[in-house]
Ligand binder design. Structure first.
Ligand SMILES: [Zn+2]
Length: 71
């Protein structure tokens, strides 16, 4: 079984776990697991970002309402 050097993990993986990625200076092998993990973390970060901005909007609305009561 052929092993390939994964530039992402810095170690060898079995070739069937690898994909060739085109980068600026050529082509590199990267394992599917790290590609999937990166995709997932981007999705999670986006979801988290949306949640935080919704929360911030809600908070600023609450603060404005509170100020209105004090005026
Ligand atoms: Zn890898």
């Amino acid at each position: 079984m052929a092993n390939r050097y994964c530039y992402y993990c810095g170690m060898m993986h079995a070739e069937e776990m690898m994909r060739v990625i085109t980068v600026r200076n050529g082509r590199r092998w990267r394992c599917i697991r790290s590609i999937e993990a990166a995709k997932k973390s981007v999705k999670e970060r986006d979801a988290f970002g949306r949640e935080v901005s919704a929360f911030n909007e809600e908070m600023s609305a609450t603060v404005k309402n509170r100020r209105a009561c004090f005026d």
